[in-house]
Design a protein around this ligand. Sequence first.
Ligand SMILES: NC(=O)c1ccc[n+]([C@@H]2O[C@H](COP(=O)([O-])OP(=O)(O)OC[C@H]3O[C@@H](n4cnc5c(N)ncnc54)[C@H](O)[C@@H]3O)[C@@H](O)[C@H]2O)c1
Length: 250
Amino acid sequence: MRIEGKVAFVTGAGSGNGREIALVLAREGADVAVADINPRGIEETAKMIDETGRKALAMEMDVTNSIQIDRAVKKITEGLGAIDILVNNAGVISHMPFLEMPEDAWDKVVDVNLKGVFLCSQAVARRMVERKKGGKIINISSIAFWLAYPTACHYAASKGGVVQLTKSMAVELAPYKINVNAVAPGTIDTPMIEKGLSTPQARAAEVARIPWGSIGKPKDVAYSVLFLASDEAEYITGTTLVVDGGWITG
Ligand SMILES: NC(=O)c1ccc[n+]([C@@H]2O[C@H](COP(=O)([O-])OP(=O)(O)OC[C@H]3O[C@@H](n4cnc5c(N)ncnc54)[C@H](O)[C@@H]3O)[C@@H](O)[C@H]2O)c1
């Protein structure tokens, strides 16, 4: 019960890491609003949160649409209470060589992964500032913030942008006692990577790059988020917590 009585808002919570983050925050005592462009996914996540005994609110919302975001934040505040914890988790990827990447593929990935973090954080942080009770913002980056990502330069650029956005927000929001941090996962078993790792050979090649010797699980990301959302992380802001089984170190 490390975040008992808090209200959390998790984007992209209809699947993978976002769903697990929402469930871990609920199990630790938070009421959780979940948003996604996939309505069926968030309904399922909300049902799972209900089973923990905490309140859930499911909202169809696109993180690139500021009108939908404002509507969602208002609805959460009225339905669950003021938001204490925002987790910017929604993300997309596509694969193609740099030389062949069309402008719309670039825009899509950068809009969801980077602009989405900016828009959701701004909408929530403005209310946190007004409320004068601080808050926690946790942004999901990727080890692609640091490593080159051939076939996904837009993704790497967006995740690098998330780290830099996190730092600038952290400094600007520190006077309001709003912690802003990022989590940078390595390869985590979610639908996002299913296609790329669909054969035993592809999985073995991926595992061979990871010093820990295994692919991560959504719980590994979720518990890192929980720590950063808890009071124990009060003095931590502007940092990026890498959760990758040692990949970028080794
Ligand atoms: N799985 C990995 O290996 C890995 C590694 C590093 C970082 N990440 C990051 O973790 C986060 C979650 O990804 P995942 O692996 O769980 O993938 P996922 O595809 O299972 O989940 C992503 C979710 O985001 C939602 N989404 C997409 N566009 C959206 C939008 N415009 N508005 C709202 N929701 C939207 C999707 O519908 C989906 O439910 C992403 O930011 C991703 O970049 C994943």
